[in-house]
Ligand binder design. Structure first.
Ligand code: ZNH
Length: 141
């Protein structure tokens, strides 16, 4: 579970991330598509170029959803309930892909905010994004 220290680390770094959601989200998705090309199959007809407006637009949606979750760290499942239905019941993307995206979100944050990405923040983000992954996949049947 997230400790009080985890929560303050997440809230602090997420202020920077949430103020440029298309930049962070877009870079994380771009890295995921490049490092794990199999994840592209979830997005047929997408333009996967570096400055793809589609990647940026989708990245913004992802980061905005995480921003919402960051405001409800005591109830991440509840905050992402609708997203959970969408991913588990509707999109049915490979559940293994969630850790690929969350890994690339962490790499993106580390690369963009090296001074803020200390060990405790890294640990807190890892726990936060693991909880998000669980929230989005626990309804798979
Ligand atoms: Zn997802 C969609 C979030 C992961 C795939 N997503 C989506 C959205 C959001 C999200 C917000 C939008 C919705 C609406 O519009 O309503 N995701 C998210 C998050 C995460 C995710 C937060 C984690 C972290 N996804 C994911 C993955 C994948 C995906 C991993 C695969 C690979 N999504 C997806 C798809 C979609 C989505 C396919 C749909 C798109 C369109 O159609 O546009």
């Amino acid at each position: 579970a997230l400790t009080a220290d985890d929560c303050s680390c997440i809230k602090a770094i997420w202020q920077s991330v949430s103020s440029h959601p298309d930049h962070y989200g877009g870079e994380a998705l771009y890295r995921m598509f490049l490092s794990h090309p199999q994840t592209k199959t979830s997005f047929p007809n997408f333009d996967f170029d570096k400055d793809s407006p589609q990647i940026k637009a989708h990245g913004k949606k992802v980061v905005d959803a995480l921003t919402e979750a960051s405001k409800h760290l005591d109830n991440i499942d509840g905050a992402l309930n609708k997203m959970s239905d969408l991913h588990s019941l509707n999109l049915r993307v490979d559940p293994g892909n969630f850790s690929l995206l969350t890994h690339n979100i962490i790499v993106t944050i580390a690369d963009n905010l090296p001074d803020k990405f200390d060990c405790l923040t890294h640990q807190a983000l890892d726990k936060f994004l693991a909880a998000v992954g669980c929230a989005l996949t626990h309804k798979y049947r």
